[in-house]
Design a protein around this ligand. Structure first.
Ligand code: HEC
Length: 148
């Protein structure tokens, strides 16, 4: 038990252990350290990572084909604090029930594609779409998006 408690400091909070406030915020950093905004900007624009730009426009980001399915993220750092932004990135459904925005830090509770047809869908928890570190990097970047 002492071992497990010690390890908790070194390891990120696992997706299943994240606690959300009533408004959908996550108070504490998932990694215990602040994220890196420059790395976060890359995750947002990377089609193989966050791919946030598929649905959101961010004027300061140099990325082609930015989508308009979701609201523009310009000035989002004025609208939400970092705890609420962390909750939005991890699982936006706690803030906006029924939203089409994917949950980026979640491993359980999915309907397995394929299971209904073949029964051959993967068993066990899936990998989250973003790592805890990537979530923190994205949050760090989002907090810099302020209207001048
Ligand atoms: C499939 C489309 C889609 C993707 C991909 C997506 N979002 Fe969203 N997002 C939305 C929609 C739609 C909303 C508006 C909430 C609602 O009412 O459903 C939203 C809301 C938000 C908000 C709140 C904005 C505000 O001003 O209130 C933030 C912050 C956000 N998204 C960040 C992100 C980040 C960061 C990523 C990538 C890691 C991302 N989103 C990926 C669709 C998406």
């Amino acid at each position: 038990m002492t071992l497990a408690a010690g390890a908790a400091y070194a390891n990120p909070v696992a997706p299943g252990d994240v606690s959300f406030s009533d408004t959908g915020a996550i108070a504490e950093s998932l990694t215990g350290t602040p994220g890196d905004a420059a790395s976060g900007a890359k995750v947002l624009a990377d089609r193989g990572a966050g791919n946030c730009v598929a649905c959101h426009k961010i004027s300061s980001l140099d990325a082609a084909f930015q989508g308009t399915v979701g609201p523009s993220l310009d000035g989002v750092g004025d609208r939400w604090d970092s705890a609420q932004l962390r909750g939005l990135v991890a699982n936006a459904k706690h803030t906006f029930p029924g939203t089409i925005m994917p949950s980026f830090y979640k491993t359980a509770g999915y309907i397995r594609p394929g299971d209904e047809f073949s029964g051959k869908a993967a068993k066990g928890d899936l990998q989250p779409l973003l790592s805890a570190e990537q979530v923190e990097d994205v949050v760090a970047f989002l907090t810099t998006l302020k209207q001048q």
